[in-house]
Design a protein around this ligand. Structure first.
Ligand SMILES: [Zn+2]
Ligand SMILES: [Zn+2]
Length: 261
């Protein structure tokens, strides 16, 4: 077994008190690696990243300014990219840029600011030759358009916690992007997403938890943690009619190819 959680936030405050237990459970569940997302505008999280790395050698980082925080950079969107760049400079285990993107569901930041902050960070990712981890919610058209305009697919692009329908999935695959599926695929009523899981080729698939968010049943409503990525892989394996090991192996292989950990 070689299982990877391709997106989690275990450097956040939710994991400070029992980090060792969370990591031990992840390793016991077969996880060999995890990509931990850091917010460039969150200094305590950037500091905690060093603690996380000292406890688990399988950890790598991806750093970005989330669309929710884009408003902090409304007067100068390019400052978001500078903040990310500075955080990358002091974190040698950085292997990705993100999560970045657009969130029109919550609209915590004005949309034009979200777009400008998103663009500035795609530019930085190309400059640094880092894969891009995308967060997009109810903003598919603008996300695809901006990614194309900024020539994001010069390098790997990952749509994290993918929740689009089959049409959006095909559009993403045609653009060369990877789809990362989270625990939502295990929810009984996520029928469309289960169809997406069937259609995405194994060599374009990643699995994630987005911990502490999105705990799969029977843990729904509680804090999520990386160990539960095993359940995500298991459900995808059932949907695809392949073995759990095959999903684990393929997604781990993709992770290594994309992030060169
Ligand atoms: Zn996200
Ligand atoms: Zn996330």
């Amino acid at each position: 077994m070689d299982l990877v959680d391709s997106h989690c936030h275990i450097a956040g405050p939710e994991f400070v008190n029992d980090l060792d237990d969370v990591i031990a459970l992840a390793i016991a569940a077969g996880l060999t690696r995890a990509l931990v997302i850091l917010a460039a505008d969150d200094q305590p999280e950037l500091d905690q990243a060093n603690t996380v790395a000292s406890r688990w050698s399988g950890v790598r980082f991806s750093i970005g300014v989330h669309p929710h925080a884009a408003g902090k950079f409304s007067t100068e969107p390019a400052a978001a990219a500078r903040a990310v760049s500075a955080a990358i400079d002091v974190q040698p285990l950085t292997r990705g840029l993100g999560e970045i993107g657009l969130d029109y569901h919550y609209d915590f930041s004005p949309r034009d600011v979200q777009q400008a902050v998103f663009r500035s960070q795609i530019g930085l990712a190309r400059e640094r030759r880092l894969p891009i981890v995308i967060h997009t919610r109810e903003a598919d058209d603008d996300t695809f358009r901006i990614l194309a305009e900024e020539k994001a697919s010069d390098g790997p692009v990952i749509l994290h916690c993918f929740t689009g329908d089959r049409g959006v999935a095909r559009r993403a695959l045609d653009a060369g992007y990877y789809l990362s599926l989270a625990g939502i695929v295990t929810f009984p009523r996520a029928l469309e997403l289960q169809e997406v899981a069937r259609l995405v080729p194994l060599n374009r698939l990643l699995v994630e938890t987005d911990s502490p968010y999105l705990a799969p049943p029977p843990h729904r409503g509680k804090r999520n943690e990386p160990a539960h990525v095993s359940r995500v892989a298991e459900v995808i394996a059932e949907l695809k009619g392949v073995s759990h090991d095959e999903v684990a192996f393929a997604t781990a292989e993709n992770f290594v190819r994309i992030f060169a950990p």
